[in-house]
Design a protein around this ligand. Structure first.
Ligand code: UDP
Length: 320
């Protein structure tokens, strides 16, 4: 199989490249190294089945050429991370809407199969849990930067779905809940690499809000395995799937767990959202996926628990 991964030098994309090369696929990665890092794929650059192309998904000529040459596309390139979305709202919207439109346009032109990485941000402030794929989206004002990400990804999902319905382009949509593991950077807001770094240096742990908001974290190995299975599954076409863990933890609970595991002397400090992000910032109180649909389709079941996840991030932080 010849595979194109957009955003393949990113945290999830680079793990996906490792896994696909491991099973004998040919992998081309397109990445503009905005949030992705060359170091994430450096170890596979010598592999004869691997090709790295530095460039943006906004470059039509390049995307055209790469899509034409491959059999399937994993579209992972996006501006992600709450901090980045709030700091660079315009660039994020353009990449996430125009970029996906470009990829889908080319996938349509050459009639290739595509898997679109979407997000649990789709559900917005819906605190019902566990959230299934048909649950409502509850969003705040479009003038609040955070909701731009959810909105852009909803446009991507609609485009992908409608390309399938109207033009029979085979598309699969996957909504990723919080994914963690080695190579994830805290630079764009992600909480676990940030807390681990702070804990290892015995610095204050920056808990935003009251710390009672909760999340469920899935190890990237489980995420990537599911993406491959969903891509390979014929019946997944034209469908949307949640992928995430159901092991719920509050953010202050998470901070304490990380302190325990690293035997850190760090203390928790509580920072109001207005200071952490921007005036009027709205967070999700809770985000738990219902993964019954993925379980039925591909037997989805996480294999690494929260403690294992934290330990893998600690190990990576200590070695890099
Ligand atoms: N968070 C925090 N301290 C940090 C970074 C994040 O308390 O230094 C919180 C953040 O406000 C959110 C949760 O941790 O409630 C998860 O944040 P992340 O950006 O990792 O993911 P998302 O908000 O997309 O779930």
């Amino acid at each position: 199989m010849k595979v194109l991964i957009t955003g393949g030098a990113g945290f999830i994309g680079s793990h996906l490249a490792d896994e696909l090369l491991g099973r004998g696929d040919e992998v081309a990665v397109l990445d503009d190294l905005s949030t992705g890092r060359f170091e994430n794929v450096e170890h596979i650059t010598g592999d004869k089945n691997f090709e790295f192309v530095e460039g943006t998904i906004l470059n039509g000529t390049l995307v055209d050429k790469l899509v034409e040459r491959c059999d399937v596309v994993y579209h992972l390139a996006a501006a992600v991370g709450v901090d980045l979305i709030v700091r660079k709202p315009l660039e994020s919207l353009i990449t996430n809407i125009k970029g996906s439109e470009m990829v889908l346009d080319m996938v349509h032109r050459y009639h290739k199969k595509v898997l679109i990485a979407s997000t649990s941000e789709i559900y917005g402030k819906n605190v019902n849990g566990p959230l299934n794929e048909d649950h409502d989206r509850i969003l705040g004002s479009p003038l609040k930067s955070r909701w731009g990400y959810s909105t852009a990804k909803a446009v991507d999902e609609m485009l992908a779905y409608i390309y399938w319905r109207q033009k029979k382009v085979p598309t699969v949509i996957v909504r990723l809940f919080n994914t963690v593991g080695p190579r994830q950077t805290g630079a764009y807001g992600m909480v676990i690499p940030r807390f681990v770094k702070q804990a290892l240096k015995d610095e204050d742990i920056t808990v935003y809000g009251d710390g009672k908001q909760s999340r469920c974290f899935l190890h990237v190995k489980d995420t990537v395995g599911s993406l491959i299975k969903l891509m390979d599954k014929g019946a997944a076409v034209g469908n949307v799937f949640n992928i995430g863990s159901q092991e719920e933890v509050s953010i202050e609970g998470l901070a304490r767990k990380i302190i325990d595991i690293t035997k850190s002397k760090s203390k928790l400090v509580y920072i109001p959202y207005d200071k952490a992000y921007e005036e009027g910032f709205e967070d999700m109180r809770r985000r738990v996926p219902d993964t019954a649909k993925a379980r039925a389709a591909i037997g989805f079941k996480p294999t690494i628990d929260l403690e294992g996840i934290i330990k893998s991030v600690v190990e990576y932080a200590e070695s890099s």
